[in-house]
Design a protein around this ligand. Structure first.
Ligand SMILES: O=P(O)(O)OP(=O)(O)OP(=O)(O)OC[C@H]1O[C@@H](n2cnc3c(O)ncnc32)[C@H](O)[C@@H]1O
Ligand SMILES: [Mg+2]
Length: 207
C-alpha cells in the first residue's frame, strides 16, 4: 500500500492521519484533495454505519481503496449525546466553538463525578469489489467546566483525558496521537490488516 485516501473533509482529522501514517511511508490524500466529491449524508445510527457509508461511497466514486473515519463525543449524563450528531450538535455550520458552548450549557452545575464522557472513532476501509472492514477505538474522559488548551480540534478543549488529567487540547500532538480514540482505532486496523489476506494488505513487495 503506497497511497491511502482518507474520506474526510475535516482538516483536524486529515492532519492527524498524515502524522500517524507518516512512519509507514504511505502517501495520504483526503477529500480536501478531491473537491469534486460531494458531502456524503451521514444517515447511520452508529459511528460504524456512518464510517461504512462514507468509505463505500467514496471508494465507489474514486474506484480506489479508501479509509473513512466517523467519530464523536458521547456524554453519559446526556444519554450518549452528542454521539453521531457531534459535528452538527449546535447547527448545520459544524462550528466547534458553538458545539462546545452547547455541551457546557447542558452540563452547567453538573458535578465532576457525573461528567464522564468517551470519544469514539470508527474506521472503515473499503475498496471496489471488496468486503469492507471496520474497527472502533475509544478514549475515556471527563467534560471540563471550561475550555482549556489550544491543540487538537473539535471538542478537545473540554475533554479531560482520564489518564492524563489534562484536556486533549493541552496535550502535544505526539501525546494525542498516542492515546486518542483515532490512534486506538488505527492501531486496531493495522493489526487486523496484518492478519487479513486481502487486497488491503497490498503486494508482498509493498510491506
Ligand atoms: O465527516 P468528515 O468529512 O470526516 O468530517 P466531520 O467533521 O463531519 O466528522 P464526523 O462526521 O466524524 O464528526 C466528528 C465530530 O466529532 C468531533 N471530533 C472527532 N474527533 C475528534 C477529536 O479527535 N477531537 C475532538 N473532537 C473530535 C469533530 O469535531 C466533529 O464535531
Ligand atoms: Mg461528517
Amino acid at each position: 500500500m503506497d497511497e491511502v485516501i482518507i474520506a474526510t473533509k475535516n482538516e483536524g482529522k486529515a492532519a492527524e492521519f498524515k502524522t500517524m501514517l507518516a512512519p509507514l511511508g504511505v502517501k495520504v490524500r483526503t477529500l480536501l484533495d478531491f473537491p469534486e466529491i460531494e458531502d456524503i449524508e451521514e444517515t447511520g445510527h452508529t459511528f460504524e454505519e456512518n464510517a461504512v457509508l462514507k468509505a463505500e461511497e467514496t471508494a465507489f466514486a474514486l474506484q480506489k481503496m479508501v479509509i473513512a473515519d466517523d467519530s464523536g463525543l458521547s456524554i453519559e449524563y446526556l444519554g450518549g449525546k452528542p454521539g453521531v450528531y457531534s459535528a452538527r450538535y449546535a447547527g448545520e455550520q459544524k462550528d466547534d466553538a458553538k458545539n462546545i458552548q452547547k455541551v457546557l450549557q447542558e452540563l452547567k452545575g453538573v458535578p465532576h463525578e457525573e461528567r464522564s464522557a468517551r470519544f469514539h472513532c470508527a474506521l472503515a476501509i473499503a475498496a471496489p469489489g471488496q468486503e469492507t472492514i471496520t474497527v472502533e477505538g475509544t478514549v475515556e474522559g471527563i467534560i471540563a467546566e471550561k475550555p482549556e488548551g489550544m491543540g487538537g480540534f473539535g471538542y478537545d478543549p473540554i475533554f479531560i483525558v482520564k489518564d492524563k488529567g489534562k484536556t486533549m487540547a493541552q496535550l502535544t500532538k505526539e501525546e494525542k496521537n498516542k492515546i486518542s480514540h483515532r490512534a486506538n482505532a488505527l492501531n486496531k486496523l493495522q493489526l487486523l490488516l496484518q492478519h487479513e489476506d486481502s487486497v488491503f494488505r497490498g503486494n508482498k513487495e509493498d510491506r
